[in-house]
Design a binder for this molecule. Structure first.
Ligand code: ARG
Length: 564
């Protein structure tokens, strides 16, 4: 419910002039920090100039004209008019809406079903999936859920790095030093080993590079033996990636990696040629982007070989034609920001309809316990290991706190994995984060487990109470202790819209923390389960908190166990 609109109307009526527009009044309304100052405050300072009176006098005059019946009270404090909402009435409205809508509370139709391909996760074949890819995976997954909640139709596309000259190197290395059984047993680690060895050896034997180039050429031309090896590496790598995705609970709609576009590259190159956008530069073909204040984009190497951007152009055309997208999202680390500026500029020059709506969604670096992540050096921290460690830690905690919990294993997984996802998503995307695992797993503080625990606490209260029919229950809750929680519950739809507009899951995460905190404060100050005429209303509040916490976590891709 938009009670700011109600207060705005009251003020406009009392003003009776057109000194301020409705939008101006709306914008001026403040939410006071202290409950004693009311729920909304209207400052009169700016009116003093046009009305030639002292602000507090203006406030007094306006209040005299306001119809106060709709409020608990309306007071003047200095230059401010403080509005106190009718708590029982307001609570009833908020709790009724949530009870009726359930998990659909906060759903809107702003997106009108528009398709939104999300380029996300996109790890490279034959390399470990890194924490950077984790960020892309969980941020992309959450944005997809937030988009759905806002009426869009997201299409999660895993744009695997499964093509390029590095596959020539890998195949050469495998043939020289590889072993089939080893790859089957531990594909990623062994493939990385071969790749690293290639780079060591080619320093002394530069002819290896020529060999690799030839092999990649064979692959591009569809040579059977090379293709089979490539397919096998891809399959084994995907198996390893899927283990991680399973743990994270993330699925994809398509896995159209770079190789998928190998036979679709000409369409883009033809358009570039038709529009006279390609220029020769030292034998290579580039698109000049001076107009955008960007360096030229290299599209074809001098030997005609395609590049990362050539494949991305093909991808964008394919998505444009297949989905007629309302927006095109790329959840890829900040280090590729310049690259995506170039890509967008080239697509704009090409006149691709959806180029305007291409959004690169960047994010910062992540380190774990202060350690950097890399795939080349020996000291790699694998996402898989981090997840397992988190699950183990949460198992220990549950063993201490609730040893009799029936489905301990499952809950430990939901809490451990949830802690990592939440620990990532609570930060503004573009921030760099250092992950201290133990901190993220605490049941108190700004953590996923804290929100999960608050949800479980709400569920446990409901289990202890006699069953209530929430639909018919009286929801006129007037308890001032419950007020903060009610107001936060009312904010959810606005937060859902804003998180979508900003592509910012952290807004949902922060919201869930705020709601959990308010609810725990309420729980500490009020006896919920006492038998009186507000019992049903209180339980409806508890149920609503549970619903909204669960849905907030769901929008982040985090599970909400009923007991933990
Ligand atoms: N595979 C790339 C990497 O790991 C990310 C791909 C991002 N998506 C894209 N369409 N370029 O850096």
């Amino acid at each position: 419910m938009d009670y700011k609109a109600q207060v705005t109307n009251s003020i406009l009526q009392a003003l009776g002039t057109d000194d301020l527009t409705s939008a101006e009044v709306y914008q001026k309304l403040e939410r006071p920090k202290e409950l004693a100052m009311g729920d909304l405050a209207f400052p009169t300072f700016t009116l003093a100039k046009t009305m030639h009176k002292a602000p507090n006098m203006i406030a007094e005059e306006l209040v005299a004209k306001i119809d106060t019946a709709a409020y608990e009270k309306v007071e003047v404090k200095g230059a401010y008019i403080n509005f106190f909402l009718d708590k029982a009435r307001f609570s009833n409205e908020v709790l009724t809406t949530i009870t009726e809508e359930g998990v659909a509370y906060g759903q809107n139709d702003n997106g009108k079903g528009g398709n939104v391909p999300i380029d996300m996760s996109s790890p490279n074949i034959a390399k470990p999936i890194s924490m950077g890819h984790l960020r892309s995976t969980v941020i992309g997954n959450s944005i997809a859920k937030i988009l759905s909640k806002n009426g869009y139709h997201p299409i999660k596309d895993n744009h695997l790095g499964d093509w390029g000259t590095q596959f020539g190197k890998l195949i050469v290395a495998y043939k020289k030093w590889g072993n089939e059984d080893d790859v089957r047993k531990d594909p990623i680690n062994n493939l990385v080993k071969y790749y690293v060895k290639f780079h060591v050896e080619d320093k002394e034997h530069p002819e290896l590079d020529d060999e690799a180039r030839e092999v990649f050429k064979k692959l591009e031309d569809g040579d059977e033996e090379t293709t089979q090896l490539w397919e096998w590496f891809r399959e084994e790598s995907l198996k390893a990636f899927n283990e991680v995705y399973d743990k994270l609970g993330v699925t994809f709609d398509t896995y159209n990696g770079e190789a998928f576009y190998n036979d679709k590259m000409n369409i883009g190159i033809d358009i570039l040629k038709d529009k006279n956008l390609l220029e020769e530069s030292q034998g290579a073909q580039v698109v000049k982007l001076d107009k955008y204040d960007l360096n030229p984009a290299l599209i074809l190497k001098s030997d005609g070989a395609t590049l990362y951007i050539t494949r991305d152009i093909a991808t964008a055309i394919y998505r444009d034609r297949t989905y007629k997208p309302a927006m095109n999202l790329y959840v890829v680390g900040s280090e590729q920001t310049y690259y995506f500026q170039q890509l967008k500029a080239v697509l704009l020059e090409m006149g691709l309809p959806s180029a305007e709506n291409l959004h690169h969604i960047p994010f910062g670096l992540i380190t774990v316990n202060g350690k950097k992540l890399s795939t080349r050096s020996g000291r790699i921290i694998l996402l898989d290991e981090v997840l397992d460690e988190a699950i183990e830690l949460s198992q220990k905690q549950i063993e201490e706190k609730n040893p009799n919990l029936p489905n301990k294993e499952e809950v430990a997984k939901e809490v451990g994995v949830g802690a990592i996802i939440f620990g990532d998503l609570k930060n503004e995307r573009t921030n760099n984060i250092d992950f201290v695992l133990e901190d993220q797993l605490r049941f108190e503080g700004e953590t996923g487990p804290y929100v999960q625990y608050s949800h479980a606490r709400a569920e446990s209260i409901l289990r202890k109470a006699n069953p209530v029919d929430f639909h018919s229950a009286d929801k006129h809750l007037s308890d001032p202790n419950a007020w903060e929680t009610i107001q936060i519950l009312n904010d959810f739809p606005v937060v859902v819209e804003s998180a979508c507009k900003d592509f910012e899951p952290s807004e949902i995460a922060k919201y869930s923390l705020k709601l959990a905190k308010a609810f725990n404060k309420y729980y500490a100050h009020s006896k919920i389960l006492v038998e009186d005429d507000q019992l049903a209303a209180r339980l409806t509040l508890v149920k609503s908190v549970s619903t909204v916490l669960k849905e907030s976590l769901n929008l982040l891709g985090v599970k909400a166990p009923d007991e933990m």
